[in-house]
Design a protein. Structure first.
Length: 252
Protein backbone atom coordinates (compact mmCIF):
# COMPACT_ATOMS: atom_id res chain seq x y z
CA UNK A 1 0.00 0.00 0.00
CA UNK A 2 2.82 2.36 0.75
CA UNK A 3 4.39 1.73 -2.65
CA UNK A 4 1.06 2.19 -4.42
CA UNK A 5 0.43 5.42 -2.54
CA UNK A 6 3.88 6.75 -3.45
CA UNK A 7 3.40 5.88 -7.12
CA UNK A 8 0.01 7.56 -7.11
CA UNK A 9 1.43 10.70 -5.55
CA UNK A 10 4.23 10.77 -8.07
CA UNK A 11 1.79 10.36 -10.93
CA UNK A 12 -0.39 13.13 -9.53
CA UNK A 13 2.64 15.39 -9.25
CA UNK A 14 3.57 14.70 -12.87
CA UNK A 15 0.03 15.48 -14.01
CA UNK A 16 0.02 18.76 -12.08
CA UNK A 17 3.38 19.77 -13.56
CA UNK A 18 2.24 18.95 -17.09
CA UNK A 19 -1.03 20.76 -16.48
CA UNK A 20 0.78 23.85 -15.23
CA UNK A 21 3.19 24.14 -18.16
CA UNK A 22 2.38 26.77 -20.78
CA UNK A 23 4.26 27.63 -23.98
CA UNK A 24 3.47 30.75 -25.97
CA UNK A 25 4.83 31.71 -29.38
CA UNK A 26 6.67 34.94 -30.14
CA UNK A 27 3.50 36.71 -31.28
CA UNK A 28 1.40 35.54 -28.31
CA UNK A 29 0.93 36.81 -24.77
CA UNK A 30 -0.91 35.35 -21.82
CA UNK A 31 -2.97 37.54 -19.49
CA UNK A 32 -2.81 35.66 -16.18
CA UNK A 33 -5.45 35.96 -13.45
CA UNK A 34 -4.81 34.69 -9.92
CA UNK A 35 -7.96 33.85 -7.96
CA UNK A 36 -9.93 36.07 -10.34
CA UNK A 37 -7.66 39.11 -10.08
CA UNK A 38 -5.22 40.25 -12.73
CA UNK A 39 -1.70 39.12 -11.91
CA UNK A 40 0.61 39.74 -14.87
CA UNK A 41 1.18 39.30 -18.61
CA UNK A 42 3.33 36.28 -19.44
CA UNK A 43 5.15 35.11 -22.54
CA UNK A 44 6.51 34.38 -24.99
CA UNK A 45 8.22 31.09 -24.22
CA UNK A 46 7.83 28.55 -21.39
CA UNK A 47 6.29 29.36 -18.01
CA UNK A 48 4.20 27.70 -15.32
CA UNK A 49 0.76 28.35 -13.89
CA UNK A 50 -0.54 27.15 -10.54
CA UNK A 51 -3.44 24.81 -11.32
CA UNK A 52 -6.84 25.85 -9.93
CA UNK A 53 -5.34 29.13 -8.72
CA UNK A 54 -4.17 30.84 -11.90
CA UNK A 55 -5.96 31.07 -15.23
CA UNK A 56 -4.69 32.48 -18.51
CA UNK A 57 -6.31 34.25 -21.48
CA UNK A 58 -4.25 34.03 -24.66
CA UNK A 59 -3.91 37.13 -26.87
CA UNK A 60 -2.52 37.34 -30.42
CA UNK A 61 -0.34 40.42 -31.10
CA UNK A 62 -0.24 40.10 -34.88
CA UNK A 63 -1.92 42.67 -37.14
CA UNK A 64 -5.58 41.88 -37.80
CA UNK A 65 -7.14 42.71 -41.18
CA UNK A 66 -10.74 43.74 -40.57
CA UNK A 67 -13.11 44.09 -43.51
CA UNK A 68 -15.75 46.73 -42.80
CA UNK A 69 -18.95 45.75 -44.69
CA UNK A 70 -20.64 48.30 -47.01
CA UNK A 71 -22.24 51.14 -45.11
CA UNK A 72 -25.00 53.48 -46.25
CA UNK A 73 -23.55 56.98 -45.96
CA UNK A 74 -25.34 60.27 -46.59
CA UNK A 75 -22.80 62.95 -47.49
CA UNK A 76 -23.03 66.57 -46.44
CA UNK A 77 -24.60 67.48 -49.81
CA UNK A 78 -27.34 64.84 -49.26
CA UNK A 79 -26.02 62.16 -51.63
CA UNK A 80 -26.57 58.53 -50.62
CA UNK A 81 -23.61 56.21 -51.27
CA UNK A 82 -22.42 52.79 -50.15
CA UNK A 83 -18.87 52.70 -48.82
CA UNK A 84 -16.78 49.82 -47.50
CA UNK A 85 -13.29 49.83 -46.08
CA UNK A 86 -10.54 47.70 -44.59
CA UNK A 87 -8.95 48.34 -41.18
CA UNK A 88 -5.52 47.14 -40.03
CA UNK A 89 -5.04 47.01 -36.26
CA UNK A 90 -3.21 45.05 -33.56
CA UNK A 91 -3.17 44.61 -29.80
CA UNK A 92 -0.46 46.64 -28.07
CA UNK A 93 -1.68 46.19 -24.48
CA UNK A 94 -2.97 42.65 -23.82
CA UNK A 95 -4.16 43.56 -20.32
CA UNK A 96 -6.52 46.27 -21.59
CA UNK A 97 -7.65 44.15 -24.56
CA UNK A 98 -8.86 41.44 -22.15
CA UNK A 99 -10.09 43.49 -19.19
CA UNK A 100 -11.55 46.65 -20.75
CA UNK A 101 -13.72 45.07 -23.46
CA UNK A 102 -15.56 41.77 -23.81
CA UNK A 103 -14.52 41.03 -27.40
CA UNK A 104 -12.07 43.50 -28.87
CA UNK A 105 -12.46 42.09 -32.41
CA UNK A 106 -16.22 42.57 -32.46
CA UNK A 107 -15.98 45.92 -30.69
CA UNK A 108 -13.43 47.24 -33.20
CA UNK A 109 -15.57 46.01 -36.10
CA UNK A 110 -18.68 47.78 -34.84
CA UNK A 111 -16.77 50.94 -34.04
CA UNK A 112 -15.22 50.90 -37.52
CA UNK A 113 -18.67 50.86 -39.11
CA UNK A 114 -20.03 53.75 -37.06
CA UNK A 115 -16.84 55.80 -37.46
CA UNK A 116 -16.90 55.29 -41.23
CA UNK A 117 -20.42 56.69 -41.45
CA UNK A 118 -19.72 59.55 -39.05
CA UNK A 119 -16.53 60.79 -40.70
CA UNK A 120 -17.68 60.47 -44.32
CA UNK A 121 -21.02 62.09 -43.52
CA UNK A 122 -19.20 65.34 -42.73
CA UNK A 123 -17.85 65.67 -46.29
CA UNK A 124 -19.35 66.30 -49.71
CA UNK A 125 -19.37 63.75 -52.50
CA UNK A 126 -16.61 65.49 -54.47
CA UNK A 127 -14.33 65.28 -51.44
CA UNK A 128 -15.20 61.62 -50.96
CA UNK A 129 -14.23 60.84 -54.55
CA UNK A 130 -11.19 63.10 -54.89
CA UNK A 131 -9.55 63.18 -51.44
CA UNK A 132 -9.70 59.56 -50.37
CA UNK A 133 -6.23 59.58 -48.79
CA UNK A 134 -7.15 62.44 -46.48
CA UNK A 135 -10.36 60.69 -45.45
CA UNK A 136 -8.41 57.50 -44.75
CA UNK A 137 -6.23 59.42 -42.31
CA UNK A 138 -9.24 61.04 -40.63
CA UNK A 139 -10.95 57.68 -40.09
CA UNK A 140 -7.72 56.08 -38.85
CA UNK A 141 -7.12 58.82 -36.29
CA UNK A 142 -10.71 58.68 -35.05
CA UNK A 143 -10.60 54.90 -34.66
CA UNK A 144 -7.18 54.91 -33.05
CA UNK A 145 -8.26 57.47 -30.49
CA UNK A 146 -11.43 55.53 -29.61
CA UNK A 147 -9.71 52.12 -29.31
CA UNK A 148 -6.77 53.36 -27.26
CA UNK A 149 -8.63 52.51 -24.04
CA UNK A 150 -8.88 48.90 -25.26
CA UNK A 151 -5.15 48.54 -25.88
CA UNK A 152 -5.72 48.56 -29.66
CA UNK A 153 -3.54 50.40 -32.21
CA UNK A 154 -5.24 51.15 -35.54
CA UNK A 155 -2.43 51.64 -38.04
CA UNK A 156 -4.13 51.85 -41.46
CA UNK A 157 -7.63 52.45 -42.80
CA UNK A 158 -8.31 52.18 -46.53
CA UNK A 159 -11.60 53.01 -48.27
CA UNK A 160 -12.10 50.24 -50.83
CA UNK A 161 -15.20 51.09 -52.86
CA UNK A 162 -17.64 53.98 -53.19
CA UNK A 163 -20.81 52.81 -54.94
CA UNK A 164 -23.28 55.31 -56.43
CA UNK A 165 -26.74 54.66 -57.84
CA UNK A 166 -27.30 54.91 -61.60
CA UNK A 167 -28.96 58.33 -61.54
CA UNK A 168 -26.04 59.81 -59.62
CA UNK A 169 -23.55 58.23 -62.01
CA UNK A 170 -25.35 59.83 -64.97
CA UNK A 171 -25.47 63.18 -63.20
CA UNK A 172 -21.73 63.05 -62.51
CA UNK A 173 -21.09 62.14 -66.17
CA UNK A 174 -23.14 65.14 -67.33
CA UNK A 175 -21.30 67.39 -64.91
CA UNK A 176 -17.93 66.13 -66.16
CA UNK A 177 -19.00 66.69 -69.79
CA UNK A 178 -20.15 70.22 -69.00
CA UNK A 179 -16.84 70.90 -67.25
CA UNK A 180 -14.88 69.67 -70.28
CA UNK A 181 -16.95 71.88 -72.60
CA UNK A 182 -16.39 74.87 -70.33
CA UNK A 183 -12.64 74.33 -70.33
CA UNK A 184 -12.60 73.95 -74.12
CA UNK A 185 -14.45 77.25 -74.55
CA UNK A 186 -12.11 79.00 -72.12
CA UNK A 187 -9.05 77.66 -73.95
CA UNK A 188 -10.52 78.71 -77.32
CA UNK A 189 -11.30 82.19 -76.01
CA UNK A 190 -7.79 82.57 -74.59
CA UNK A 191 -6.35 81.52 -77.96
CA UNK A 192 -8.49 84.09 -79.77
CA UNK A 193 -7.37 86.76 -77.32
CA UNK A 194 -3.70 85.94 -77.79
CA UNK A 195 -4.12 85.85 -81.59
CA UNK A 196 -5.85 89.23 -81.62
CA UNK A 197 -3.07 90.73 -79.50
CA UNK A 198 -0.44 89.42 -81.89
CA UNK A 199 -2.39 90.73 -84.92
CA UNK A 200 -2.67 94.12 -83.27
CA UNK A 201 1.09 94.21 -82.67
CA UNK A 202 1.73 93.21 -86.30
CA UNK A 203 -0.63 95.91 -87.57
CA UNK A 204 1.15 98.53 -85.48
CA UNK A 205 4.52 97.47 -86.91
CA UNK A 206 3.22 97.49 -90.49
CA UNK A 207 1.58 100.89 -90.05
CA UNK A 208 4.89 102.45 -89.06
CA UNK A 209 6.76 101.24 -92.18
CA UNK A 210 5.21 101.59 -95.66
CA UNK A 211 7.79 99.18 -97.13
CA UNK A 212 6.71 96.46 -94.68
CA UNK A 213 3.08 96.96 -95.70
CA UNK A 214 4.00 96.60 -99.38
CA UNK A 215 5.98 93.42 -98.75
CA UNK A 216 3.12 91.93 -96.79
CA UNK A 217 0.70 92.79 -99.59
CA UNK A 218 2.96 91.15 -102.18
CA UNK A 219 3.28 88.03 -100.02
CA UNK A 220 -0.50 87.79 -99.85
CA UNK A 221 -0.72 88.10 -103.65
CA UNK A 222 1.87 85.36 -104.08
CA UNK A 223 0.04 83.02 -101.70
CA UNK A 224 -3.32 83.56 -103.41
CA UNK A 225 -1.84 83.27 -106.93
CA UNK A 226 -0.76 79.73 -106.17
CA UNK A 227 -4.42 78.65 -106.24
CA UNK A 228 -5.36 78.44 -109.98
CA UNK A 229 -8.85 77.11 -109.50
CA UNK A 230 -10.44 80.55 -109.61
CA UNK A 231 -9.79 84.13 -110.69
CA UNK A 232 -9.35 86.65 -107.92
CA UNK A 233 -9.37 90.41 -108.40
CA UNK A 234 -7.44 92.44 -105.81
CA UNK A 235 -7.93 96.15 -105.35
CA UNK A 236 -4.57 97.89 -105.20
CA UNK A 237 -4.32 100.46 -102.43
CA UNK A 238 -3.05 103.87 -103.48
CA UNK A 239 -0.53 103.71 -100.65
CA UNK A 240 1.16 100.86 -102.50
CA UNK A 241 1.12 102.64 -105.89
CA UNK A 242 2.32 106.03 -104.69
CA UNK A 243 6.01 105.05 -104.48
CA UNK A 244 5.80 103.51 -107.97
CA UNK A 245 4.01 106.51 -109.45
CA UNK A 246 6.45 108.86 -107.82
CA UNK A 247 9.42 107.05 -109.34
CA UNK A 248 7.77 107.03 -112.79
CA UNK A 249 7.11 110.81 -112.64
CA UNK A 250 10.69 111.51 -111.69
CA UNK A 251 11.96 109.51 -114.66
CA UNK A 252 9.55 111.29 -117.01
Amino acid sequence: MFINFGAGAFLLAVILVVWSVRVLREYQRGVVFQLGRFWKVKGPGLFFLIPMVQQMVKVDLRTVVLDVPPQDVITRDNVSVKVNAVVYFRVVDPQKAVIQVVNFLEATSQLGQTTLRAVLGKHELDTLLAEREKLNVDIQQALDSATDAWGIKVSIVEIKHVDLNESMVRAIARQAEAERERRAKVIHAEGELQASEKLLQAAEVLSRRAEAMQLRYLQTLTAVAGDKSSTIVFPVPMDVLKPLLGSADSKG
